[in-house]
Design a protein around this ligand. Sequence first.
Ligand SMILES: [Zn+2]
Length: 338
Amino acid sequence: MGDFKKRTTVALILIAILTQFIAFSSVAIPLGKIEQVLQGKVICIDPGHGGTAETDSYRVGPSGEREEWINLRVAVRLGEMLQLAGAEVILTRTSDTFIPLSDRSKIALENKADLFVSIHHNATADPKVNFPIVYFHGSAEENRASVDFGEMVARKLVKHLFKGKGPYSLVSDYTIFSNSGASVLRGTYGIPGIIGEATFFTSPKEEKKLRIPDYNNKEASAYYEAIVTFFEASEAIKISDKEDPSKVDPFEVFQEADRMRPEAKMWKANFLEGKKLLKKGGEAREAEAFDLLTLSARSFPDSYVAKECHELRVEILRRQGKADAVEMEEKRIRYFYP
Ligand SMILES: [Zn+2]
């Protein structure tokens, strides 16, 4: 390459970087606008994981971007936005360091947080999968404030990161941890709170976007809007004392590593095939449909078809005259899949 060409290339790269910077700073973020509803509110933001580069080879995208780095960038940006708007913000970590789960909920409790937001990104075996999942703790019938907040977060994530189109999941943490839910949500129960998994870093396209600060800002904007909307609407929403959701029989599901297995990739195909077989009818086909729907719900219990998998399972159980199982599975749907 000649000297002139080299210099031109350097200049072009500089312009490209500069353009991106300008684009980055022109994103419509409600900077500096004081929000009345945020005054006096303590918001605890929890950037998931941190400091695990040496020990964790699972939470990393196909080209090396680590979930904990993305979580931190989004959380810090969200914190700045909320603080500028007048809220008091507590971050459970501000650098790439390891913080035990129990410390995270303790930080929220000790600071008397009004809201708890744990920021994560998701992983699965199928690189094509990408949609938001939001978790609340326990039963939807008791933890209504968190369900309402979760719904707002999920919708804003779809709006800002998926052009307003496409599915999302809003599910209980018992769908993935069937014995006691997620530690940070269990530990902060009573404070409206969610874990947000905005997108999947196992999608190569998505991972590329997640490296860009402007894109992280968009995600932070989604949370910001959801938080303002929540406090505008939340006066009447309550959280009841927690009963024991283990009254619902645990539905054993694939845990993290298993969800990277090849059969986990079949979650959607199994759902569609099960639904088709059920439509055709007949005892044998119904039994086969039941197995396929069960497998789909086990391998991806928080997918956007998992609720329908459970509803169709109930339909089959009803046809088979299994009244007790019907009652239990209906309860599972009401509690965990609002
Ligand atoms: Zn995570």
